[in-house]
Design a protein around this ligand. Structure first.
Ligand SMILES: [Zn+2]
Length: 191
């Protein structure tokens, strides 16, 4: 077996007609024209020797019937984020499931997935997307959260569930309470 470690770059092109709705979201008309088009480059998960970049075509459409203009969003490449949803989800999953810090996640993704992400970006995802992540993760069985997240300590950040707050210290400011079901709340805080 030849384990070469040469890193190659792969560009995946996605044109707007692959993801844009065929009809106007306002009136349902199919008479649409492209007003403008641009390319957005988004890092995607690669592997040990492949760096993957998505070249997404972003189009401003105009409906010829109702006159509305709109830019469809690709669900895997949300407008407000510089990285793909899969990268963000992987980073959050590593943080919550594997107990890894933002710095360790950044190192891992750089080395094994060929994605460079500043650790502070990962911390901002943890800060801003925990609620969305936990709600998606435990949508169908919120009680599963009790087994999965009894008590974790992550680089000075504590996560806990239920009434018993293991490891809680004085002067802890709660950053977020996520309601997963009637009885189950997820509490997160920074120290
Ligand atoms: Zn329309």
């Amino acid at each position: 077996m030849d384990f070469n470690n040469h890193v190659k770059k792969e560009v995946v092109k996605i044109s707007a007609d692959k993801y844009a709705p065929e009809a106007c979201p306002f009136c349902g008309s199919k008479k649409l024209s492209k007003r403008s088009s641009r390319k957005r480059n988004i890092p995607e998960i690669g592997n040990l020797n492949t760096e993957v970049i998505v070249e997404l075509e972003v189009v401003l459409f105009k409906c010829e019937d109702c006159g509305m203009e709109y830019t469809p969003e690709h669900l895997d490449y949300p407008k407000k984020f510089e990285y793909s949803k899969r990268i963000i989800q992987t980073a959050l999953s590593m943080h919550f499931r594997k107990n890894l810090s933002g710095n360790k996640i950044a190192d891992f993704l750089a080395e094994y997935c060929r994605v460079l992400i500043p650790p502070k970006t990962i911390y901002s995802w943890i800060n801003n997307l925990t609620e969305d992540f936990m709600k998606s993760e435990f949508k169908t069985e919120p009680e599963r959260a009790l087994d999965a997240y009894k008590a974790l300590t992550i680089d000075g950040t504590h996560f806990n569930l239920g009434k018993k707050l293991l490891g809680k210290k004085k002067d802890v400011q709660l950053s977020l309470i996520v309601k997963l079901s009637k009885e189950i709340y997820l509490l997160t805080w920074w120290e």
